[in-house]
Design a protein. Structure first.
Lengths: 248, 349
C-alpha cells in the first residue's frame, strides 16, 4: 500500500520527507493506489476524493439548512417573548448528549436508509447549537433598546426584525458555525446509511489501509476548517459596524 | 432571574421529557428483538435446563472433554483479540474463557476493527492471538483471488499457515463450522424472479438493488466479485451498517442484501429469508483458524494449542448459529453466550 518512489513522481519522493507518516495519506489523496482486496481495481486518487468531498458538502448543506429552518424561528419566537430559557438551554444540552448513531438508528427504522434519514439525523445534531445561541443572542439585546423601539411605535415583529435580529447576529452565526463544524465532521458516518462520503475512506480500513483512513481524516478536518473560516468571514461582514466598534 | 418562580415546573417538565426520550430509545432498541425466542431476563432457574439440553447436543456434535486447570500456566498472561462483529466477539470470549479455565492468566481485548487492524495488533504483540477466517486470511493478507481459495478446510488452513509462518506467526487447525458471505433475499422475491443461484440473477439484476457493508462495494469477495466474476450489474448498491442487513430486506428497501451463512435468521426464519447458491464461488467459505505468534505459543506451552483445539471442537454450524442468535437476537453479551457454550458443551463445570 505504501507508495514507493516509482508511484507518482516528484510528489511521491518529496511528500514522505516533508510530512513523515502523513506522506502516504497525501499520496493516497492525490494518486490512485492499488489494494489487496479489490481484485485489481485501484482506490483513492484526487478525482474520487473530490467526488466524495462533494457528497459530504452536499449532505452537510442540506442538514444545516434543515437545522436552521427549524431552530432559528423557534429560538426567535421564544427569545422575543422572553420565555422558555430553561427549555432552550435544556434541549440544547440534551441534544448534544444523544449519540448520533442512536439518532440514525431511530430514523433509519422509521424511514429507511438514504439521504433523507441522513439529513434528519445530522440536522438533529445541528439544532441544539443554533437554538441555544440564537435564543441567548436575542435575550442579550439591551432591554432598554427594545423598550425604546416599542416606544417609537414599532410592532412586535418590527422590533424583532429591525432591532433584535441585527443586534443578535453574532450569536446566531456563532450557533451556525458550531453546528456546521459538527455536521460536516459527522457526515463521515454516512456510508453506514447508504450515502458514500469521505467517511468511506475512514470506515473502509480493510480496503484503503492506514493511509486511506488517515487521508479521510485529513480531508474531513480540512473541510471543517474551511467551513469554519468561511463562516467566520461571513460573520464579520454581517455584523453591523456599530457592534464591531463596540467589541473593540 | 425573572423566571425563578417557574423553575421547579420547568425542571419537572424537562425531567419528564428526558424520561420520555429515554423510554422511547430503549423501546425502539428492543423493537427488533421481537423475534427473539426468549428475553435475556429469562429466569435463572430455567437456564440449567436449557443448558442440559444443549449439553446433549454438544456431545453429539463431538463436544470435547472438560478443561483441567494446570497451575504451571498461571505465570503466562494471554490477551485474546477479535474483529468487530458479534460472531468474532463470541469466539474471542470462548477462547479467552477456555484458556482461563486451563489456568492461564487470560483476558480479552475484543472488537479491534477489520482484519488488517487485528493482524497489526497481533504483530505488535498487543494481543496473543485472534480468530480469523481462513478464506479472509488468504484473500486479504496473502493476495489470493476468491476462486483460488481451496474449498477444503484443511487445505485452506495449511496454505494460510504456510504463509503465516513466513511472518513468525502460526495458525491452529480450523473449526468445524465455516462462514461465508451470501447474497440473501426475501423468499417472495426469489420466487417472483425464479432465483436459486447467483447466476440466475443475470438479466434480472439490473432491476434489483443490493445492500451491503460500506467495505463490500469494492471488495473482490463482495460486490466487486459479483460484478467481475458473474458479470452482474445492479440497479444500485447502497452501503449500510451490517446490523441493518435483515432490516433493509424486511422494509422492502433492498431487493438483495449481503448476509452471512452463520446468521441465525437463516435457520430461524427460513420461510422468510433465503440465500442464493454461489455457483461461481465469489464468496469463499472460511473456517476459523486461531492465529497467534510463534513466540507466544512457545512461551505458553502445549496447553495453549490443545485448549483452543479442544474448545472449538463443538463449534458446528448449528452451534455457531445458536450462539450468534443469543447475541444478535436475544441481546446476550458475547461473554454470556461464550460462558453458556462452555458449560453446555461440558468444557467447564
Amino acid at each position: 500500500m505504501a507508495a514507493g518512489p516509482e508511484g507518482g513522481g516528484v510528489t511521491a519522493t518529496l511528500l514522505p520527507h516533508l510530512f513523515g507518516g502523513f506522506g502516504g495519506a497525501f499520496e493516497f489523496i492525490l494518486h490512485k493506489q492499488s489494494s489487496n482486496v479489490t481484485g485489481g481495481n485501484k482506490v483513492g486518487g484526487l478525482e474520487k476524493t473530490l467526488e466524495l468531498v462533494w457528497t459530504q458538502i452536499y449532505v452537510s448543506a442540506l442538514a444545516l439548512a434543515l437545522a436552521m429552518v427549524i431552530a432559528i424561528p423557534v429560538a426567535l419566537y421564544f427569545g422575543h417573548r422572553g420565555k422558555g430559557e430553561l427549555i432552550a438551554v435544556g434541549i440544547g444540552n440534551a441534544g448534544r448528549a444523544v449519540p448520533e448513531l442512536v439518532v440514525i438508528a431511530l430514523v433509519a427504522t422509521v424511514i429507511g436508509v438514504g439521504v433523507p434519514t441522513l439529513t434528519i439525523a445530522l440536522a438533529v445534531l445541528g439544532i441544539p447549537s443554533i437554538l441555544t445561541n440564537t435564543f441567548v443572542g436575542i435575550r442579550q439585546v439591551d432591554r432598554a433598546t427594545v423598550d425604546a423601539a416599542r416606544g417609537l411605535g414599532m410592532t412586535e415583529f418590527e422590533i424583532l426584525r429591525k432591532v433584535e435580529l441585527p443586534l443578535s447576529v453574532q450569536g446566531i452565526l456563532t450557533g451556525i458555525r458550531g453546528s456546521t463544524v459538527n455536521i460536516v465532521a459527522t457526515a463521515t458516518i454516512a456510508p453506514l446509511i447508504g450515502v458514500v462520503t469521505v467517511g468511506d475512506y475512514i470506515l473502509g480500513e480493510s480496503i484503503y489501509g492506514a493511509d486511506g483512513v488517515l487521508a479521510g481524516a485529513i480531508v474531513v478536518a480540512i473541510l471543517a476548517l474551511i467551513f469554519e473560516f468561511a463562516l467566520a468571514g461571513l460573520q464579520r461582514r454581517l455584523t453591523s459596524k456599530g457592534l464591531q466598534l463596540q467589541a473593540q | 432571574m425573572r423566571f425563578n418562580n417557574h423553575k421547579p415546573l420547568m425542571a419537572l417538565a424537562m425531567l419528564i421529557a428526558a424520561l420520555a426520550l429515554a423510554v422511547g430509545i430503549s423501546a425502539c432498541g428492543g423493537g427488533d428483538s421481537s423475534t427473539a425466542k426468549e428475553s435475556t431476563e429469562a429466569e435463572e432457574s430455567t437456564a440449567p435446563e436449557e443448558n442440559a439440553e444443549e449439553s446433549e447436543e454438544g456431545e453429539e456434535a463431538g463436544g470435547g472433554e472438560a478443561i483441567t486447570s494446570n497451575p504451571e500456566n498461571a505465570k503466562v498472561s494471554l490477551t485474546i483479540g477479535s474483529k468487530n462483529f458479534p460472531e468474532q466477539e463470541i469466539l474471542g470470549e470462548i477462547y479467552t474463557q477456555a484458556l482461563a479455565a486451563a489456568g492461564y492468566k487470560a483476558k480479552s481485548d475484543l472488537s479491534l476493527g477489520s482484519e488488517t487492524v487485528a493482524l497489526k495488533t497481533l504483530k505488535q504483540g498487543q494481543i496473543s492471538g485472534y480468530p480469523e477466517y481462513a478464506s479472509t486470511a488468504l484473500t486479504s493478507f496473502f493476495g489470493l483471488e476468491p476462486e483460488e481459495v481451496p474449498s477444503d478446510a484443511t487445505e485452506a488452513w495449511e496454505k494460510a499457515n504456510a504463509e503465516f509462518e513466513k511472518e513468525g506467526l502460526e495458525a491452529f487447525e480450523p473449526t468445524p463450522f465455516a462462514s461465508a458471505n451470501a447474497v440473501g433475499l426475501l423468499k417472495s422475491t426469489a420466487e417472483k424472479y425464479n432465483l436459486k443461484t447467483i447466476s440466475d440473477l443475470e438479466g434480472v439484476s439490473e432491476k434489483l438493488s443490493l445492500y451491503g457493508s460500506p467495505e463490500c462495494r469494492q471488495r473482490i469477495d463482495c460486490l466487486a466479485g459479483l460484478e467481475k466474476l458473474y458479470g452482474l450489474k445492479f440497479k444500485e448498491f447502497k452501503p449500510v451498517d451490517i446490523s441493518l442487513r435483515y432490516k433493509v430486506l424486511e422494509q422492502g428497501q433492498a431487493d438483495l442484501s449481503i448476509l452471512f451463512t452463520t446468521d441465525p435468521q437463516l435457520s430461524a426464519e427460513s420461510e422468510k429469508f433465503v440465500i442464493l447458491e454461489d455457483d461461481k464461488e465469489v464468496f469463499p467459505a472460511g473456517n476459523i483458524i486461531f492465529v497467534t505468534s510463534k513466540k507466544v505459543a512457545e512461551k505458553a506451552g502445549p496447553d495453549y494449542e490443545s485448549t483452543i483445539l479442544n474448545v472449538q471442537k463443538g463449534l458446528t454450524l448449528e452451534v455457531m448459529q445458536e450462539l450468534d442468535a443469543r447475541v444478535e437476537l436475544e441481546k446476550q453479551t458475547p461473554k454470556e453466550a461464550a460462558a453458556a457454550y462452555l458449560e453446555a458443551a461440558g468444557y467447564v463445570k
